[in-house]
Design a protein around this ligand. Structure first.
Ligand code: ZN
Ligand code: ZN
Ligand code: FE
Length: 761
């Protein structure tokens, strides 16, 4: 603290505050802090954050310095406060200094922030000039990342540029003591954006109160495309089974769960189990979709077929808040896209893209500059485990291992792609871009890269990509010129991401269990035990390889995968395998076994995801997978959580060693043959996978002497599996590192790639 002195002695300090401190009401906050304590001085933004001076009585200055961190506005994130004493000037005035080139590109761009309590109160107050105004916001809340077109963050460089402030708004904007001082998106019904109702054809539907109209339409069973912060949602009344069914059919989204938005946290509690942390996640200003354990069956099954969880979020814009009228309390809020396309966010595109799905459009004239999906998370061990890191989280940086002179671009993976760009000791991981499997997604990726380069004023000199030559992101990297290129093995990137997030330089034992990644030996990797450091890795062991008939076809149809496992154990007897897959024709089954026997169009894979597919198929998952990891997700859903039994497996000698699943799959088959309840088999299977992770880690410890284990890969999105794996590792004396800021799935790959690339230089 401030040096020992008489409390009433007058001192002056100069402090620098770093972190997310611009565009979040930090200067008005400092102003109020100073004025309330009778301090003089100033506060201003500069290229690295906020600089301020406080002058006054020693104890008041000390208290104000302390409050910079403890009382910071909700949307601010204070990373560091450094201060020095300077000569007192005798001034007792406090001012907010506005410099010409305020924010430069070093400044952190704030993520979008859900509507604050003050704004909600004003919106509900019939005497307020923003009564029922769907775009109310202030320095503590509102759109940021989705409307910022460039830096410095200032109104002309947002999609609010076209709205000229009325005198009332301008007065608030200029008043340092006002909650809207320099709130760039400030607006009111007189000067700001307006909503509009349009019909299925995109033509305007005249209405005096479009936003009052929508709850009535929803109540009557309509599907309305609602323009939100980062794109359009498709919305319907979640209690109306007919409407939910209709939406599912029109969207051709066969089984993937729909997200829900509830009026308030109490409503969520009626449908889901909720613990303290889950409640906190729901209420956080980031407003993610939180996966919660379903209770009761009041809501239609079609919302999340065969799923034990529901994905709930709370309203995060004033416009959302206004939808909960006419007795509506739960709405389906699913991304406004067709099957695999990115979410629609430009009005013109939305009318075309959502034609035939939406009955109405609730749109408005504030453009969305950046398409951003909702984030998805779940509570895990007192913290959270992200499944999709996007709105509300992005573009908050993730720390790097250390400060680097070079800036790197990570191009990411094929599925759940993100890109990532670094500057100094920070990595800016992009919003979820989606599966890079079509030209629309590739265009979204390229836009994302360009936007991040511009937003943070970075021209990367190093480009990192996956080793897979067919990934569009890899091809993008290859076509760049004038940059150093580093190609990174997929699972090395997974583990390196964990290392970076924990600022752990390694080496560690890395367990990467996921669907698929390019293996340099010509097989598909995905059940890997690595010795990993940021700059290098060694493959210590892996799951025994399985032949997959038809490669990708097996990924889509788990029964094909299961046949690969069965033939490895029991030989090529299609007649005895047929009855496990009653919905598959005998001929199809025979043909696959034939392919496997002749090793025709067969790929070898050590994937852990496939092992889950195999178990799911043997337990009755009969169809095609229509979203990544679906069979495994369903398997997790119906397991008996009280079952503690498990199956045998072996860890073989050799370098790399193999985890042999043959005894496991044979035991699953035995249980299935004996008619054991599938929920029990599913649980035993999960328990076994947890044990294989622990056993593999033990084996790795024997040869390397390492005792830290990093876990990554889509398989670890399964918290039931994690809940069983972590205690085993911890009891065996391992230090366990799960992901901290990023999802374990391929959303973390772009960041892992830059960690590797920067360390390898
Ligand atoms: Zn507000
Ligand atoms: Zn106004
Ligand atoms: Fe992966």
């Amino acid at each position: 603290m401030v040096k020992q002195a008489v409390d009433s002695e007058v001192i002056r300090v100069r402090a620098r505050v770093q972190g997310v401190v611009q565009g979040v009401g930090f200067r008005p906050f400092v102003y109020r802090l100073a004025v309330s304590r009778g301090l003089g001085g100033f506060v201003r933004n500069d290229g690295r954050g906020v600089v301020l001076e406080f002058e006054g009585e020693h104890n008041s200055v000390a208290a104000a310095l302390g409050a910079l961190e403890t009382e910071a506005p909700p949307a601010a994130r204070v990373e560091a406060v450094e201060w020095v004493e300077v000569t007192a000037t005798g001034g007792r005035e406090f001012e907010i200094a506005v410099s010409a080139d305020e924010a430069n590109a070093e400044t952190l761009v704030s993520p979008d922030i859900s509507t604050c309590e003050d704004c909600l109160r004003e919106m509900a107050d019939s005497g307020d000039r923003r009564y029922r105004y769907p775009f109310i916001n202030c320095t503590n809340c509102g759109p940021r990342f989705t409307i910022i077109t460039g830096v410095p963050y200032d109104r002309p460089r947002t999609t609010m540029a076209g709205f000229e402030m009325c005198p009332d708004c301008a007065a608030e904007y200029r008043n340092p003591a006002d909650r809207r001082f320099h709130a760039q998106p400030v607006a009111c019904p007189v000067c700001g954006p307006r909503v509009e109702l349009r019909g299925a054809d995109g033509e305007p539907v005249p209405s005096d109160d479009p936003i009052g109209e929508v709850p009535r339409l929803l109540k009557a069973g309509s599907i309305v495309a609602v323009k939100g912060l980062g794109g359009y949602h498709l919305t319907c009344d979640a209690r109306n089974a007919g409407a939910v069914e209709k939406l599912r059919n029109r969207k051709t989204r066969e089984d993937k769960p729909f997200a829900l938005m509830a009026a308030d946290v109490e409503t969520v509690e009626r449908f889901c189990e909720m613990e303290k942390k889950e409640r906190a996640l729901l209420l956080s200003p980031k407003r993610p979709i939180v996966l919660l354990r379903k209770k009761g069956d009041e809501l239609p099954e079609a919302i999340a077929p065969k799923n034990r969880y529901l994905g709930f979020m709370l309203p995060y814009t004033p416009l959302h808040r206004l939808l909960f009228e006419e007795g509506l309390d739960v709405l389906v809020m699913t991304s406004g896209n067709r099957a695999d396309e990115p979410i629609a966010y430009r009005d013109e595109d939305a009318y075309g893209q959502l034609a035939g799905i939406a009955d109405y459009f609730l749109t408005h004239d504030r453009p969305i500059y950046r398409r951003v999906d909702d984030s998805v998370t779940r509570a895990f061990r007192g913290g959270e485990m992200l499944i999709r890191r996007s709105r509300g989280y992005v573009p908050t940086p993730v720390p790097l291992l250390k400060e680097y002179g070079e800036s790197a671009l990570g191009c990411g993976s094929e599925v759940k792609n993100t890109c990532c760009i670094t500057k100094g000791d920070r990595a800016f991981v992009s919003h979820h871009i989606g599966d890079l499997v079509n030209p629309a997604a590739l265009a979204a990726f390229e836009e994302g890269v360009e936007h991040f380069k511009e937003l943070f004023d970075i021209e990367p000199t190093v480009v990192a990509c996956d080793m897979h030559p067919d990934y569009l992101a890899t091809q993008y990297a290859e076509n760049l010129s004038g940059v150093a290129k580093v190609s990174v093995q997929h699972h090395h990137a997974h583990i390196a991401a964990v290392l970076g997030e924990h600022s752990f330089e390694g080496p560690v034992i890395g367990v990467a269990f996921d669907g698929a990644g390019y293996g340099p030996d010509g097989t598909v990797w995905g059940g890997e035990i690595l010795l990993a450091e940021p700059s290098r890795f060694e493959r210590l062991g892996h799951l025994r390889c399985v032949p997959l008939a038809g490669g990708d076809a097996a990924v889509r149809e788990p029964w094909r995968t299961a046949l690969g496992y069965l033939t490895e154990i029991f030989g090529f007897q299609s007649d005895t395998f047929k009855h496990y897959f009653p919905e598959v024709s005998g001929d199809a089954c025979g043909a696959v076994v034939d392919m496997l026997e002749k090793r025709f169009n067969v790929v070898e894979s050590s994937s852990a995801g496939r092992l889950f597919d195999c178990a799911a198929a043997l337990l009755g998952f009969s169809g095609r997978v229509n979203y990544e990891g679906q069979a495994a997700v369903e398997l997790e859903q119906y397991m008996d959580l009280d079952e503690t039994g498990h199956y045998p497996f072996e860890v073989t000698d050799g370098e790399p060693f193999e985890v042999d699943w043959r005894p496991t799959v044979a035991a699953v088959v035995e249980d299935v043959d004996a008619g054991t309840d599938p929920s029990v088999v599913a649980a035993r299977f999960h328990n076994t996978v947890a044990q294989t992770v622990a056993a593999a880690a033990e084996r790795a410890r024997e040869t390397t002497g390492l005792s830290a284990v990093a876990l990554s890969g889509g398989v670890f999105q399964n918290v039931t599996l994690l809940d069983r794996t972590l205690p085993l590792l911890e009891r065996a004396g391992f230090e366990v590192l799960p992901h901290k800021y990023l999802p374990p799935n391929d959303g973390c790959i772009s960041y892992g790639q830059v960690v590797v690339a920067l360390a390898s230089l």
